[in-house]
Design a protein around this ligand. Structure first.
Ligand SMILES: C[S@@+](CC[C@H](N)C(=O)[O-])C[C@H]1O[C@@H](n2cnc3c(N)ncnc32)[C@H](O)[C@@H]1O
Length: 289
């Protein structure tokens, strides 16, 4: 290491400036996350060690991560991890990065079922497994089926199920969530169906940020021209699979409440209620079979 090796503080500042120039959101936070990953330090450790000089190898590692972030790659893919409902989930570009608004589904489930309920549930379009795994963690007697058509996403979900010790209570199945009967789910067998299906219309997809469009799997975001195709496809099967009175918790787009209500009522659901997210936008349909 040379006498003039840059310190943690200097590299954090340079990285934040570089990321700000490239229009990355929260550049200072991103710089801390990238440097923390390169040095295997927490953000607190970075602060405590701000005068520590970096070795050549550390500097090279940090530069590479900051460059990736500067090209718009989401921090979660670079770190390989994202927090959801207080749990750390592995993520890869094969799966959607879990979003905070999806946590409302778990909150609703917790508000409606006791913790010791021996729930039979399904998670349709499981992606990283964030919903299925979190439900299995929060309801220790529950057993669930997690469905996705993407083998890459299912591999991530399997990893996360093992990571949180719920693999034995989750069945991870590759297939079409519109065909639950074909996947062996008996009619009237489930207490709960949770789903965050793709719901972005093709027109909206053209406007999503490059960070999303260039890096997250398109098939996890948009199901077709209207954005309602996947919800319409899964609703009848979800209704048939639920016990009478069973609960559907379904994430949807903020402009889709009326259309989703219509789809769910047509599939036989009753008491359709729309729950808003923290930003006050319609986000989760809650319906009884
Ligand atoms: C919006 S992502 C949700 C992922 C995860 N549940 C979450 O909340 O972060 C939708 C997921 O549904 C899957 N998917 C889309 N259409 C499907 C279908 N017809 N059958 C099964 N999975 C599907 C995608 O591969 C993707 O993983």
């Amino acid at each position: 290491m040379s006498a003039g090796a840059p310190t943690v503080r200097e590299i954090l500042q340079k990285s934040a400036d570089f990321l700000a120039d490239r229009g990355v959101d929260s550049p200072a936070l991103s710089a801390q996350l990238m440097l923390g990953k390169a040095l295997r330090l927490t953000r607190l450790d970075l602060l405590l060690q701000s005068d520590r000089p970096l070795t050549e190898a550390e500097l090279a590692a940090a530069r590479e991560l900051v460059r990736r972030r500067g090209r718009g790659e989401p921090a979660a893919y670079i770190l390989g991890e994202k927090e959801f409902y207080g749990l750390a989930f592995s993520v890869t570009p094969a799966c959607l990065i879990p979003r905070p608004e999806t946590e409302h589904i778990v909150e609703e489930a917790e508000a409606r079922f006791p913790r010791d309920a021996a729930l039979a549930f399904a998670d349709l379009g499981t992606g990283s497994g964030c919903l299925a795994v979190t439900l299995a963690v929060r309801f220790p007697q529950a057993r669930g089926l997690a469905v996705d058509r993407s083998p890459g996403a299912l591999a991530v979900a399997r990893d996360n199920a093992a990571r949180h010790g719920v693999g034995e209570r989750l069945s991870l199945v590759q297939g079409d969530f519109a065909d639950l009967a074909g996947l062996g789910v008996a009619q009237g067998s489930l207490d709960l169906v949770a789903a965050n299906p793709p719901y972005v219309s093709e027109a909206e997809y053209a406007d999503v940020s490059p960070e999303v469009r260039n890096f997250e799997p398109r098939g996890a975001l948009t199901p077709g021209p209207t954005g309602l195709e996947a919800i319409a496809a899964l609703a009848p099967g979800a209704h048939a699979a639920l016990k009478p009175g069973g609960l559907l918790l379904l994430e949807m787009g903020m402009t889709q409440a009326a259309a989703v209500r219509g789809i769910l009522e047509q599939a036989g659901f009753a008491e359709v209620r729309i729950r808003k997210d923290l930003a006050g936008r319609d986000r989760v349909a809650v319906a009884r079979a």
